[in-house]
Design a protein around this ligand. Structure first.
Ligand SMILES: N[C@@H](CCC(=O)N[C@@H](CS)C(=O)NCC(=O)O)C(=O)O
Length: 187
């Protein structure tokens, strides 16, 4: 059986929710991590090379980064239909959202929270407002990022709005989308 190394109230919450929705044959093992407030610490039982979460170990396969773990799990458990498989309609959009999250959204949000701006960042990643515009446009006429169908891309891309509720704007489609995602994740 695969093992997910998870710490509640962290980025691994999204993967723990996905495991439950997929009814995946994955044991969820809780480990400690160092927290930004100084509590916690690296857990000797966490095999992640940097002692981070999430980390998925499936036999000889060892996966870090939520986008990779999500792709691996939705490919392995296709019956839940939380991510199109290779050759299925929407696969390109699905991968694009997962990689957009990992490559753009997460660094842009971290820099926004840290109050950092730099021309190199703007040229490579754009900025927080552009990222929010991208989400707003995708969600203006659609309940979910991939249209009518909830997918694991929604789980990943909505995740920062759960741990940083100050990021949720008052207007536009994002607040309702976050609420829809939360309802889907609760099953
Ligand atoms: N880009 C990684 C980020 C993983 C990450 O930074 N996880 C945090 C939890 S929110 C962590 O494990 N921090 C522990 C540490 O900094 O040592 C992903 O999306 O999976």
């Amino acid at each position: 059986m695969a093992t997910l190394y998870h710490s509640p109230n962290s980025r691994s919450d999204a993967i723990a929710a996905l495991v439950r929705l997929l009814k995946a044959d994955v044991e969820i093992r809780e480990v400690e991590i160092p927290r930004i407030d100084g509590s916690g610490g690296p857990d000797p039982d966490n095999p992640h090379p940097e002692k981070k979460v999430p980390y998925l170990v499936d036999g000889d396969e060892k996966l870090r980064e939520r986008g990779a773990i999500i792709t691996y799990l939705t490919d392995k458990y296709p019956d839940a239909k939380l991510g199109p498989l290779p050759g299925e309609a929407g696969r390109g959009a699905y991968l694009s959202w997962l990689f957009y999250y990992q490559g753009v959204m997460e660094p842009v949000i971290i820099m926004h929270m840290a109050g950092i701006e730099h021309p190199y960042m703007k040229s490579g990643l754009r900025d927080f407002d552009t990222m929010m515009k991208t989400l707003n446009e995708a969600l203006t006429d659609s309940p979910f990022l991939m249209g009518e169908h909830f997918s694991a891309a929604d789980i990943l891309c909505s995740s920062p709005f759960f741990w940083l509720s100050s990021l949720v704007p008052e207007d536009g489609p994002i607040p309702d989308w976050v609420a829809r995602c939360e309802a889907k994740m609760k099953g």
